[in-house]
Design a protein around this ligand. Structure first.
Ligand code: P6P
Length: 343
């Protein structure tokens, strides 16, 4: 007797979903201890996941949807804009601006802060994002990602003001990223540890897959573009030479996509370095929507992040797109590198 219904095989083992906890349920459980919660944060993250699903679907079909390649235009960073950059930027803005939970959006793709357009109402959070980091890797099918930082507004009401964004990294309320790789994984922290959620595209839900990710204090993987090491600060020369000692047990991993490199180091351990060089005297990566959020995650996972002098989160943002050197990952390696740079 043939079954009248198609027999569907489970899309993944139960272990992969860990109790089948959706992101929504996890957030509601987390906020259960916060009676003051207004629900705006849950709404914000729900809109982020909506945009993430749309971008994930488009990234996975980029080659088929004519989304490979550059647009021929240059963004305010002086970088050639990929078609997917524009799509990701517009998708996150459209998903976020109407929800009534943000008073300001800042994007790597836009020179100025983005106000909340009428008729939509400003809310209590500020959202800063790199909508599609590593986008030059799109055409090579390497992991790319969206990075975001969330602050609670300081100003009373209405559109966000400069005081809401030009502030210390210690003010962050939440941070996260979505990595579009072999799977799509959202990693998020609201200050109560770091947790990962894997998208099951067959049902369109993010399920808890990495509860309470911890960075071991010491893992011998380093991640940097060694081609530039000839112009790095001198103290790093010795540190880099030390990684070549067979007895030290180091290995090198570098994708050239910050989210891909950071996610691997977060899950498996490692240290990522993007020092200043003659090509990038203040470092290449941006403080607000790359270093701040990843440093928040690294510290929440028991790791560390500095600019070579002080913890990244102790920095105060002076301009929306300012750059910074970044040393981030296992606490022991970051503190050793920072100690050497202070000599
Ligand atoms: P380099 C991608 O363009 C990016 O902004 C980050 O994702 C990545 O970590 C870095 O630049 C790679 O820079 O100079 O090694 O190509």
């Amino acid at each position: 007797m043939h079954s009248l219904l198609p027999v569907s095989t489970p899309s993944a083992s139960p272990a992969q979903f860990e109790e089948g906890t959706t992101l929504d349920r996890f957030l509601l459980e987390t906020l259960r201890d916060h009676p003051e919660a207004t629900g705006q944060f849950v709404t914000l993250i729900n809109q982020v996941t909506l945009a993430a699903k749309l971008v994930s679907a488009r990234v996975n079909r980029a080659g088929l949807a004519g989304m490979f390649g550059a647009t021929g235009t240059m963004n305010i960073q002086g970088e050639y804009v990929q078609k997917m950059d524009i799509y990701a930027n517009e998708t996150f803005k459209r998903a976020l601006e109407h929800a009534g939970v943000l008073c300001m959006i800042v994007s790597e793709e836009e020179e100025n802060a983005i106000p909340i357009p009428p008729p939509f109402h400003p809310g209590k959070y500020v959202f800063a994002m790199d909508p599609l980091d590593g986008s030059s890797n799109i055409d090579t099918n390497a992991s790319i990602g969206t990075i975001f930082a969330v602050f609670r507004r300081k100003s009373a009401a209405g559109q966000g003001q400069s005081e809401d964004i030009l502030r210390s990294g210690r003010d962050l309320a939440a941070a996260g990223y979505i990595v579009y790789g072999a799977g799509t994984v959202l990693v998020l922290s609201t200050g109560q540890g770091v947790h990962g959620f894997t998208l099951d595209p067959t049902v369109g839900e993010f399920f808890l897959s990495h509860r309470d990710i911890r960075l071991s204090p010491d893992t011998r993987t380093y991640s940097c573009n060694e081609a530039y090491s000839g112009t790095w600060p001198a103290p790093l020369t010795g540190w880099l030479a030390g990684t070549k000692d067979p007895a030290a047990g180091w290995s090198a991993r570098y994708i050239g996509s910050l989210v891909g490199d950071f996610h691997r180091n977060l899950v498996k351990g490692g240290v990522f370095l993007y020092p200043p060089s003659t090509k990038a005297p203040s470092g290449k990566l941006r403080l607000l929507y790359e270093a701040f959020p990843l440093a928040f995650l690294a510290e929440q996972a028991g790791g560390a992040a500095t600019d070579g002098r002080i913890p990244i989160l102790d920095r105060t943002l002076a301009s929306l797109h300012e750059r910074t050197p970044l040393y981030i990952g296992n606490a022991n390696a970051v503190s050793e590198i920072t100690r050497l740079l202070a000599t």
